[in-house]
Design a protein around this ligand. Structure first.
Ligand SMILES: [Fe+2]
Ligand SMILES: [Fe+2]
Length: 303
């Protein structure tokens, strides 16, 4: 690898080494916004059946911006309820606590995921669009494949945060990474290229972020394996569904401004894990299109 580059004036600037990049990335993880206590407590309360609606309202009262965003999401065209949802208690009654959790986390993550990620081909808001598409699609697939309502909401969160590790990596990439061979022709090649350049990849960094945010170990597992699901891992089927949802969004170029050829097929291990060897990919894409389109309406509702 070339360890130096020429500045405009002709002088040679030593390039940052992989080890230095890794140290900088690790340091930057501590500077990323943490999940505010109110959000963590709200998520915990929404996961607890014993929480009353007035308990839930109390958390939203201390974060009005979060409540406003959640109501915008609930009123977006994705859900298309006939009457507007005007209050948190109304949202709780109509959506239920599980969906409220997904939307509360989305409301918090929207700003973070809306950053521009040029090295990965996302303009401003591109990763947010991609993440929402994967989230709503993973959730829908979870329902369609009868994985249970609770798992479907876990799939939503996995879809939403699967690529979150790209944020710190994009911040620490230079021209050499931008001009990397169009690694996206295989999702696994992105990880290989990242390891070569940063000494880590976005799946590993995503796991560290999830741990820092005290998100569940199951979610960390989904993030770690979203490119290469491991049949032995605990959340294997969730990782497989998120991988398939991610593949559909990549194939449909959701959020991308500068894209290279997507993988022709999802990782075959997913179909083994889900025991669906005959999964019809053309039909899957066709059935996914309306969900991806609806997710796009959610994205514009909150911006
Ligand atoms: Fe990824
Ligand atoms: Fe992705």
């Amino acid at each position: 690898m070339n360890n130096s580059q020429r500045a405009a004036g002709g002088s040679i600037i030593p390039a940052v080494t992989r080890a230095q990049r890794l140290v900088r990335i690790q340091q930057s993880l501590n500077k990323l916004p943490s999940v505010p206590v109110v959000v963590t407590e709200l998520l915990r309360a929404l996961a607890d059946d014993r929480s009353s609606v007035s308990d839930i309202e109390k958390y939203f009262r201390s974060d009005v911006a979060l409540a406003t965003k959640l109501l915008k999401l609930a009123n977006s065209a994705f859900f298309s309820f006939p009457d507007p949802i005007n209050s948190i208690s109304h949202a709780a009654a109509i959506l239920g606590y599980n969906t409220m959790r997904s939307l509360a986390l989305s409301a918090w993550a929207s700003e973070l995921l809306s950053r521009e990620l040029k090295p990965y081909g996302y303009g401003k808001g591109g990763l947010w669009k991609h993440s929402l598409g994967a989230a709503f699609l993973a959730r829908a697939l979870g329902h369609r494949w009868k994985m249970g309502a609770e798992t479907a909401e876990e799939l939503f969160v996995g879809g939403l945060l699967h690529d979150v590790g790209k944020l710190p990596l994009a911040q620490h990439s230079e021209e050499a990474f931008l001009l990397a061979p169009a690694s996206a022709d295989s999702a696994l090649e992105i990880l290989v290229r990242e390891r070569e350049y940063f000494g880590t990849d976005h799946a590993e960094i995503g796991v560290e972020m999830a741990k820092n945010w005290r998100l569940s170990p199951a979610l960390a597992d989904v993030i770690l394996h979203h490119h290469d699901p491991d049949p032995e891992a605990e959340g294997a089927s969730q990782a497989a569904v998120v991988h398939i949802a991610d593949w559909c969004c990549n194939t449909r170029l959701v959020g991308m401004v500068d894209y290279r050829l997507p993988s022709a097929k999802p990782n075959a291990t997913c179909m083994e894990i889900l025991r669906m060897p005959e999964l019809d990919l053309d039909l899957l894409l066709e059935e996914s299109d309306p969900i991806i389109e609806q997710a796009g309406k959610v994205e514009s509702a909150i911006q």
